[in-house]
Design a protein around this ligand. Structure first.
Ligand SMILES: [Zn+2]
Length: 294
């Protein structure tokens, strides 16, 4: 799993590397869950999972290390979001926010999409970048998933989406909301040829992403402790005027209530995905089982 943290290919860097990736190995970071200080190198070696089990967020580029070394090839990397509504509010200027996010993350939008191989099995992938305006789903985001699903359909390979999002991108108004049915139609077409969409929900997964493609995946996997829901806890509590359970909207709560299929710790994700993919992609029942990570 060491390649999970290889550095970003240069193709992803119209701006600079994320500050997180620039953090030297010899620094210490404080876990927001348990408060313990951990050496950055040790944290990276442990796939950014604290000793307490807290799964800290990975960048989209870091997630590309999940795949077989050097197999991830980005597609549609040059699509750039516009500001169709000239959205400006007293607190918010979308065009400026886009520029700042592009500079800080090194990405053109809150998602990278492409093809990769996982333990020798080809697939199409999309990965969200939460640091880019909260991983929000706008026109470019939706277009990239739809195109990935269409490529998966043409090639007859599975689609894997790795998600962390606050929801639809309100700065694009109805154009953002239009992405929800568009993506789901592309996924339905993929399903019609028996190819799966596997969704991995990482912390957090909210709003339009959950309300469209992520929750209709053939297999829904969550990381431990991930917060998953439509509206946030405070909004719901204020609306229904009731206190919600402490573990409400956690991956564990959702598993218990049948909303997701499994919770997979990060260090088991690669092997678990490989085994699931094998179920869909091989018709040869005598094929050797995937027994160990490589
Ligand atoms: Zn911790």
């Amino acid at each position: 799993m060491k390649e999970l943290f290889r550095r970003a290919p240069k193709a992803f860097t119209p701006g600079e590397q994320t500050p997180d990736q620039q953090t030297p190995d010899n620094m210490w970071v404080k876990c927001p869950s348990c408060g313990e200080l951990t050496y950055v190198k040790q944290l990276r070696d442990n796939l950014k999972v604290c000793r307490c089990g807290n799964h800290m967020r990975l960048s989209a580029v870091e997630w590309t290390g999940l795949f077989d070394s050097d197999t991830f090839v980005e597609h549609d990397g040059n699509i750039t979001p516009l500001d169709p509504l000239n959205f400006v509010s007293p607190k918010d200027n979308y065009a400026q926010k886009l520029r700042e996010s592009q500079h800080s993350t090194g990405l053109y939008d809150a998602m990278i999409g492409g093809e990769a191989s996982l333990m020798g099995q080809p697939l199409q992938v999309t990965i969200t970048e939460f640091e880019f305006i909260g991983g929000s789903m706008g026109s470019v985001f939706g277009e990239k998933i739809a195109r990935a699903a269409e490529r998966a359909y043409e090639l007859r390979v599975p689609l894997l989406t790795i998600n962390a999002s606050g929801g639809a991108r309100m700065h694009e108004g109805v154009i953002s909301l239009m992405q929800l049915p568009k993506v789901n139609l592309a996924l339905a077409r993929l399903g019609s040829v028996g190819m799966p969409h596997i969704a991995v929900m990482t912390d957090p997964c909210y709003g339009g992403v959950l309300a469209s493609y992520a929750s209709v995946a053939d297999i829904i996997i969550a990381e431990p402790g991930a917060r998953i829901g439509f509206a946030g806890r405070r909004v719901i509590e204020q609306t229904i005027r009731q206190k919600l359970p402490a573990n409400f909207q956690s991956a564990e709560f959702l598993l218990e209530h049948g909303m997701i299929d499994m919770i997979v710790p990060r260090n088991e994700m690669r092997l678990t995905l490989a085994r699931l993919l094998r179920l869909y992609t091989t018709r040869d029942t005598s094929a050797a089982p995937i027994a160990a990570d490589v």
